[in-house]
Design a protein around this ligand. Sequence first.
Ligand code: NAD
Ligand code: UDP
Ligand code: UDP
Length: 323
Amino acid sequence: MGVRMKIDRKRVLVTGGAGFLGSYLCELLLKDGHEVLCVDNFYTGRRANIRHLITHPYFEVLRHDVCFPLYVEVDEIFNLACPASPVHYQFDPVQTTKTSVHGSINMLGLAKRVKAKILLASTSEVYGDPRVHPQPETYWGHVNPIGLRACYDEGKRCAETLFFDYHRQHNLRIKVARIFNTYGPRMHPNDGRVVSNFIMQALKGEEITVYGDGSQTRSFCYVDDLIDGLVRLMNSPDDFTGPVNLGTPYEFTILQLAKLVIKLTGSKSKIVYKPLPPDDPKQRQADITLAKKALQWESTTPLEKGLRKTIQYFKELRKEHPR
Ligand code: NAD
Ligand code: UDP
Ligand code: UDP
């Protein structure tokens, strides 16, 4: 007789489930034995990201824009819907704010009606161009409310406000994750983010475009580590709401990243310098003291290892779509 595992099967809604992070989250939730409803309007997400899940008996996809009401029955909601790269979120900035604000209101309204637990994928961008370094959750940030990044930064800040007001006013069980720069396979090759840009440029033998003098810093988290953190946060006790930083304390300059990508791809690409976009944060490093303590979480994948896997993914993608 086979061993029967007792599974506490939940119905989980993942908005933005066809995106980079969402697709890994759907995969992990299915592996853990849950039913997954992936809701996405395919604005920046792709069917290819979830193609391998389509035949799974507990997986369902719904094309839907979270700016409109949604009536379904679920136990947990991961609200990830929102374009995440500056190129994508600045393409239609009004839509970006609507997605964060109207989308969060609808998902919170849904959570309230069905008494579901709900998690927000917020961002280190709520800290803006930070004056405190590294950034702890207690820092209120330094955001330009009328700049080109504001549609994303202020949208997410307002989403956080909504989550905490639904928690205080309606006793909703909420979780807020502040995600720092995350990378890995399934990033969109044209999303303009630094990791995907540098790798694609290196593989094509094109110039590597460093914005500014490349002295600005980021800390890069590998996708598998990040998803583990999101699930731990959802499963944490109800009295733990966050906000909690999910990222790494290992900080690199953008120039260091460019050189590392050139080394790992063996590319002959040359580095060129382009103007720094307005309001581009000068430094960013996650203080993960809280995540370590409350979630027993920290990222374990070194940048070089994660980059190798990501480079391999983009190489294969280029074989399938040579141009
Ligand atoms: P992504 O662009 O790959 O995924 C976002 C998904 O949301 C896409 O599938 C897109 O089609 C979908 N979407 C956008 N607007 C929608 C709408 N109105 N209705 C329904 N679906 C919609 O980006 P990602 O990197 O996977 O980011 C996922 C979430 O994590 C986002 O909320 C983002 O702000 C947050 N985040 C990501 C990072 C990162 O480094 N990747 C960092 C901080 C925060
Ligand atoms: N909502 C939804 N699905 C639900 C319940 C609510 O999309 O299952 C939407 C609803 O359209 C509303 C929003 O969530 O605009 C906020 O709901 P809430 O009950 O908080 O506010 P109200 O309906 O009182 O405006
Ligand atoms: N960047 C760069 N060259 C590129 C793309 C980005 O130098 O081709 C820089 C960008 O100016 C920023 C950093 O890399 O300082 C991270 O950019 P990304 O868009 O990936 O994320 P975010 O700025 O939102 O952290």
